[in-house]
Design a protein around this ligand. Structure first.
Ligand code: SF4
Length: 366
């Protein structure tokens, strides 16, 4: 597909400086950020941070479905060059990977940190250290702070942002989530998160139960993404360098055998939100974790075929979804194979691939 720039009606390439200021700074200046942090922390006493609604007292380190207690678990933090180009830029996305997860995806590419709760205990850290990580990423020249799998640690994330704000953080906040989020919690993030980057993993609750071991995935993800859309609308706001500052970008990972239900997901986005919502269509799936070894998940045991990928791409055109990004089929699954055992550099630097045929490209389509 021919790369094009985002169309001018939704992509605002330059805004007044005030509009580009990260949202949390406004709340911090008025004292509202502190109040939000406290309200979020109150939810830990009988945990209802995500739709699992476990009711355990995480302030006393009682653990439940996500094996996470009072303190944040930051399993890795690094400038990341494999995100959409408007997030990676030249300095990298400043990603902080939380340990553990409220889902159990049988094909999780980050399973080394998301499904090994006993080992992750060693990555438990303080809110102050979490804030330091953000400031370090800022010093390294990252363009944003991207929280990866933040759902089960939202109060800890917000506390970290508050401490980082007091110490000079000035980067936009990216919330990179599986979308199994609570609307109540997302409302408290209104004015804290600049860019919502949710997956929409499945079009059917049954698929969510079979492959991510969670009830009502699609129902809850729809409610959560509607709330994100209420906060951001369909407009993407970029700075003068084309770096995304605010907005909603929905990731659709194409799974083998159409298990994700890409057409239904696109129709839902178009009809329930807007045809102008930005989509990131992803080809990077490869069989890993249980999908690579357990015969029950044989439908997930291969990467997607070229035909499956081009069917998904043509749906974008058929449904006139005009905004967003797509990966390049040939290379995507080669690049995105993190190894979190390498704590210094879990991702291959995309720049390592520049002169190689397996170079990944995210393209803008419109
Ligand atoms: S965040 Fe964890 S403990 Fe809280 S409701 Fe969700 S899964 Fe349960």
């Amino acid at each position: 597909m021919r790369p094009k720039k985002l169309s001018a009606n939704t992509a605002t390439m330059f805004m007044e400086k005030e509009d580009l200021e990260p949202k949390f700074l406004k709340l911090w200046k008025t004292g509202e950020l502190k109040k939000r942090v406290e309200r979020l922390e109150d939810l830990l006493e009988s945990c209802s941070i995500c739709p699992k609604d476990c009711g355990n007292n995480r302030l006393k380190d009682e653990i439940a479905a996500c094996y996470s207690g009072r303190l944040p678990i930051a399993s890795s933090y690094t400038p990341h060059f494999g995100e959409e180009p408007c997030l990676s830029g030249t300095g990298g996305a400043g990603n902080i990977f939380f340990g553990n997860c409220n889902l159990r995806c049988v094909y999780c590419q980050n399973y080394q940190i998301s499904q090994t709760w006993k080992q992750q205990k060693k990555n438990e850290t303080t809110h102050e250290r979490l804030a330091e990580m953000m400031l370090e990423l800022q010093l390294k020249g990252c363009h944003n702070i991207g929280f990866v799998s933040p759902t089960h640690f939202v109060p800890q994330m917000a506390r970290g942002i508050l401490i980082a704000a007091e110490n000079g953080l000035k980067l936009p906040i990216v919330y990179n989530t599986n979308a199994y989020d609570s609307v109540k919690v997302l409302r408290l993030l209104d004015g804290i998160v600049d860019v919502y980057l949710p997956d929409l993993k499945y079009a059917e609750n049954d698929a969510g139960f079979t492959y991510s071991k969670v009830r009502g995935y699609t129902t809850f993800a729809h409610l959560a993404i509607k709330e994100m859309f209420r906060q951001t609308g369909d407009k993407l706001i970029f700075d003068e360098n084309g770096l995304l500052q605010k907005g909603l970008l929905i990731r659709l990972l194409v799974l083998p055998n159409d298990l994700a239900g890409i057409e239904e997901n696109l129709r839902w986005i178009r009809n329930e939100l807007s045809p102008k919502v930005a989509i990131s269509l992803m080809a990077q799936y490869y069989a890993t974790n249980k999908a690579a070894t357990d015969a029950r998940y044989i439908l997930l045991s291969r990467r997607i075929s070229e035909r499956e990928w081009f069917n998904a791409v043509s749906l974008l055109e058929d449904l006139e979804m005009e905004e967003g990004f797509m990966q390049e089929y040939e290379s995507a699954s080669h690049y995105y194979r993190p190894d979190f055992m390498d704590t210094e550099k879990p991702f291959k630097d995309i720049r390592d691939f520049i002169y190689k045929p397996e170079k990944i490209k995210m393209k803008v389509f419109g």
